[in-house]
Design a protein around this ligand. Structure first.
Ligand SMILES: Nc1ncnc2c1ncn2[C@@H]1O[C@H](COP(=O)(O)OP(=O)(O)O)[C@@H](O)[C@H]1O
Ligand SMILES: [Mg+2]
Length: 188
């Protein structure tokens, strides 16, 4: 499954837009879905996951799971999708191989949850025949500028991001509706 079936490239200008876009995607996710998030430290992977959690209606408190490999956020009975899938949030940064991924038993929760893996590329593809990849770039259009490279600020100032979505496998034969209808500017 090396070829993506489609690609969508969207530009956002604030963290709130990243959150809102992810929330719209979260509304259409289903149990069994696997999402692989790629992007440097501070690109917005956790911000994106928080938005997914809102759209899914899971219990709040999504934080960077860096010191805990896996966090399970149960779906809320009083949320927008009661009875919907839980969110399993994984940080695979310190896991070096697919074998180490297998040790954390994501298979147990995969079928009943949405599984979102930060730093999952080349580590989790074997878990499912389908996956939605999301690459977050701190520069617009995917080309880093000198300013981006020199910008080591860790504050919360809003900056543009380019989000690139790619679908693999039967589940993602077509792009989910929010990627075709949300307001952030589209490019391709
Ligand atoms: N357009 C944007 N999208 C997402 N985050 C942004 C954006 N602009 C600024 N930020 C900030 O960048 C940081 C991203 O942090 P985080 O989501 O934890 O990244 P990661 O998980 O990729 O390391 C947050 O402080 C967020 O407020
Ligand atoms: Mg993170």
């Amino acid at each position: 499954m090396s070829e993506a079936q489609w690609e969508r490239r969207l530009t956002v200008t604030t963290a709130e837009q990243t959150h809102a876009l992810a929330a719209a995607v979260g509304e259409v996710l289903e149990a069994g879905d696997l999402l692989v998030l790629t992007g440097e430290l501070g690109a917005g992977k956790t911000t994106f996951t928080q938005g997914l959690g809102e759209g899914l209606g899971v219990r709040a408190g999504i934080i960077s799971p860096t010191f805990v490999l896996v966090r399970i956020h149960p779906n809320r009975a009083d949320g927008p999708r009661p009875g919907g899938p839980d969110l399993v949030h994984v940080d695979a940064y310190r896991l070096e191989s697919a074998a180490e991924i297998d040790d954390i038993d994501l298979e147990n929760t995969l079928d009943t949850s949405v599984t979102v893996v930060e730093w999952g590329r080349d580590r989790v593809e074997h878990l499912s025949d389908s996956r939605l990849e999301v690459d977050l770039h701190r520069s617009v259009g995917g080309t880093a500028t000198a300013d981006d490279v020199m910008d080591f600020d860790t504050d919360d100032d809003d900056e543009p991001r380019t989000l690139v979505f790619r679908g693999y496998g039967p589940r993602w034969a077509e792009a989910p509706r929010p990627l075709d209808t949300t307001s952030p500017e589209k490019g391709n």
